[in-house]
Design a protein around this ligand. Structure first.
Ligand SMILES: Cc1ncc(COP(=O)(O)O)c(C=O)c1O
Ligand SMILES: Nc1ccccc1C(=O)C[C@H](N)C(=O)O
Length: 414
């Protein structure tokens, strides 16, 4: 690539760096960065796609592989045998840790499978919970593709019984008629970073008689979510983004207690009340455990279990405050760059934990940024996306990342 000399920082920029370093000095979450293994020379603004590696995880994986699997072998499934690690209950233990972050009770959360598979489970349950006369699944036309594809596939399996209606999210209210069975939305848009008011939209949907299904992929671990406070019905989310559970980490499913009696579409033996009874008929386990389908993925569940311990002493209000301060600072530093069009709302209430810009050469700009060690994402058609994980991104990182963006934009201008 062509190396260009970075512009010398102006006095304003130096003052900005001073101010940001002062924020680092009194950041109540600053100590959390040492709990992650990040490579030297990298500013990682992609925790909304793959969270960084928590320092405690490799040792846990080593222990699970060598001791729990290697030495204890099949005895690890149970709690009672000598050396038993109770792998059977591992999904429940992880569910309890996720529950705290999303405003759920432990028995309302099931952990396992991918987000996409959980969308299938949750949507089939939500449709079963909705009034049978209602035939519309209302969703955001710009929803993440897998959400749309799963709904298309499930509807086809159900003989096309439903009308899958993707609408611009801004027009949602006008489509909330008496025919809507389920409102299926992602709280934070993966492209723009726009955050929906989960409580207000849930209220609107309920007022119209619909059931809600929230995708919390870009919410869980990024800021506090209060599903029960909002009266939400169903939700899913990723384990590998802000929860830092590692590539392909198990996802989670939330089912409000009042819906626990809905039929389980993927009724596997690990969601049975007593799997080792080996009964011929399915009888659901208590609570959301019935949505665990097959054998728990012990290696990846163990990584997620350990990663979630990073949140043990984290005040979620402080997490949100830092996320907003980081994204505010980044936006301020890039204000007025002519080629960059901000697509993330400036309004705090409407912002997730990422900042996105349109740029006419976004793909090439991101390639150059990654080459310089500033890792973000390109998203079609022309989006530069930067995720800010308050647990390991510093204010000084924001400064250096914004400088790199300015340099790259300038290079492409020339
Ligand atoms: C909103 C949203 N839902 C779901 C997913 C992913 O689903 P899965 O984990 O099944 O690949 C992503 C990201 O990949 C996402 O951004
Ligand atoms: N699971 C992945 C596997 C490979 C590459 C990216 C992902 C993502 O998670 C993308 C993310 N959902 C996004 O909002 O763009």
């Amino acid at each position: 690539m062509t190396q260009t000399t970075p512009m010398r920082p102006t006095l304003d920029a130096l003052q900005a760096l001073d101010a940001l370093q002062a924020l680092d000095a009194r950041d109540p979450l600053a100590h959390k960065r040492a709990e992650f293994l990040l490579p030297q020379g990298v500013i990682y603004l992609d925790g909304n796609s793959l969270g960084a590696l928590p320092a405690r995880v490799p040792a846990r994986l080593e222990c699970v592989a060598r001791e729990e699997w290697g030495d204890a072998l099949i005895r690890s499934w149970t709690a009672n045998n000598e050396g038993g690690r109770d792998w059977m209950a591992l999904p429940d233990r992880v569910a309890a840790k996720v529950a705290r972050l999303i405003g759920a009770r432990p028995h309302e959360v099931a952990v396992g499978d991918s987000t996409s598979v959980n969308l299938f489970k949750a949507l089939s349950a939500a449709l079963a919970a909705a009034a049978p006369t209602r035939r519309v699944i209302l969703t955001d036309a710009d929803n993440f593709p897998t959400d749309l594809y799963v709904a298309q596939g499930l509807n086809a399996l159900m003989g096309g019984r439903y009308d899958l209606k993707p609408v611009p999210v801004a027009d949602l209210a006008t489509h909330l008629g008496p025919d809507v069975a389920v409102v299926m939305l992602t709280q934070v848009d993966y492209r723009t970073g726009e955050r929906l008011d989960l409580a207000a939209v849930t209220r609107q949907a309920h007022a119209a008689g619909a059931v809600t299904l929230w995708d919390l992929a870009h919410s869980a671990g990024a800021f506090e979510v209060d599903l029960n406070g909002a009266g939400a019905d169903f939700a899913v989310g990723c384990g590998y983004k802000y929860l830092n559970g590692g590539p392909g980490a198990p996802a989670f499913l939330f089912v409000a207690e009042r819906h626990h009696a809905v039929p389980v579409a993927l009724s596997g033996w690990m969601g049975h009340a007593d799997p080792f009874e080996m009964a011929r008929e399915y009888a659901p386990a208590a609570g959301a455990r019935r949505f665990v389908v097959g054998t728990p993925m012990v290696l990846s569940l163990s990584a997620l279990d350990s990663a979630l311990d990073v949140f043990g002493d984290v005040d979620l209000a402080a997490l949100r405050a830092k996320s907003l301060a980081l994204t505010d600072a980044f936006m301020a530093l890039l204000e007025g760059v002519p080629e960059l069009t901000l697509v993330t709302p400036a309004d705090h209430a409407r912002r997730g934990s990422q900042v996105s810009y349109r740029h006419p050469q976004a793909r090439e700009a991101m390639r150059r940024l990654v080459e310089r060690g500033v890792i973000g994402d390109f998203r079609t058609p022309d989006i530069l996306r930067f995720g800010f994980t308050p647990l390991y991104v510093s204010y000084a990182d924001v400064y250096h990342a914004a400088q790199a963006v300015q340099d790259v934009v300038r290079e492409l201008r020339g």
